[in-house]
Design a protein around this ligand. Structure first.
Ligand code: ZN
Length: 327
């Protein structure tokens, strides 16, 4: 079984304005849908809700709360609609018990703009099934500063969390909502670690030691994630895993395997999972969609990991950390 820490399927459904039921029967030219998930052994994942914005150089233009809230409402509505149309095959998962028995959509905000700085909306989104909040995307918002997309670059760009950001991290921990630090800058990451309220989750990041993009985690950050009982979902996006930082579909699976290995070496086996970014970023051609997950698992075994270790990376670690965060 595979739990994937990050995909953009739900946002794409919303942007494309397609009938949600198509997720159940198969979406043309997409990486994530139910038939492909079944073929690949994917049992669920964090489904990102991402309100797009223009780029200004290497960072995104900030968006306002109203626009993000409107988009998020519609995307959550679609998630429930497709679960409702699935005859029990898909559910919006709100607890670890609900991760099994049906394909599990875990609702995740990529960038917290849909939450107002007073956090009133957070309770509404929680009631609607939201269980994970990425504080920022690669742009600034009321809570934190997203790291710009730079290569090569340290992730240490810009200031830490705002007061509202610190309050959001604490409130998420109280409610039992994952706080995701992927896209957050180093000062913001350090603030989340200092608050220490919950396991630190980096849903879709890789190792800065192997690919020196601002989006990746330094070894110190990987150790901090382990100390917090958290997890890094290793991203498959070629520009975040290649040593040259280029987007290239000819990237071999061994490149991703090397990031899994490095994260295990630094953070420990218990703190490493998968976080593809399917439907959100350029993937290796060998890993074009979720049906190809078994190829990556085979590559991990070929590299010397045992079947039990691969199971832990693919499923067990995510399940344990979500259980800690959602308690
Ligand atoms: Zn992302």
């Amino acid at each position: 079984m595979i739990f994937d820490g990050h995909n953009d399927s739900l946002g794409r459904l919303q942007e494309m304005d397609v009938a949600p039921e198509l997720f159940l029967t198969g979406l043309p030219d997409r990486a994530v849908d139910l038939p492909r998930a079944r073929a690949g052994g994917m049992a669920g994942g964090l489904f990102a809700i991402f309100t797009a914005s223009e780029m200004d150089g290497d960072h995104g233009v900030p968006i306002d709360h109203e626009a993000a809230a409107t988009f998020t409402l519609a995307a959550i509505g679609r998630a429930h609609a497709l679960a409702g149309a699935s005859d029990g095959a898909v559910r919006v998962a709100r607890s670890t018990a609900e991760l099994e028995g049906a394909f599990a959509l875990v609702l995740h905000l990529e960038g917290a703009e849909a939450i107002d700085p007073d956090l009133v909306a957070l309770d509404a989104w929680y009631a609607a099934g939201l269980r994970s909040v990425g504080l920022v995307w690669g742009r600034d918002n009321a809570f934190a500063h997203g790291v710009p997309f730079r290569f090569p670059s340290s992730p240490d760009i810009g200031p830490g969390l705002t007061d509202a950001g610190r309050a959001l991290v604490r409130r998420c921990a109280q409610l039992g909502v994952v706080v995701d630090v992927s896209h957050l800058n180093a000062a913001g990451f350090a603030d989340v670690a200092r608050i220490g309220a919950a396991p630190i989750v980096a849903s879709h990041s890789a190792c800065h030691a192997l690919c020196a993009t601002s989006r990746n985690l330094t070894d110190d950050q990987l150790r901090e994630i382990a100390r917090s009982e958290g997890i890094v979902g290793i991203v498959f996006a070629t520009r975040f895993v290649r040593a040259d930082g280029r987007e290239d579909p000819e990237t071999p699976l061994s490149t991703i395997v090397a990031h899994v290995r490095h994260a295990i070496e630094v953070a420990g086996l218990d703190h490493v999972g998968l976080g593809s970014d399917f439907d959100g970023a350029g993937m290796p051609s060998e890993l074009a969609d979720v049906a190809a997950f078994p190829r990556l698992l085979a590559a991990l075994r070929d590299d010397g990991l045992s079947a039990a270790e691969v199971d832990q990376i693919a499923w067990g670690n995510w399940r344990r950390v979500l259980g800690l965060a959602w308690r």
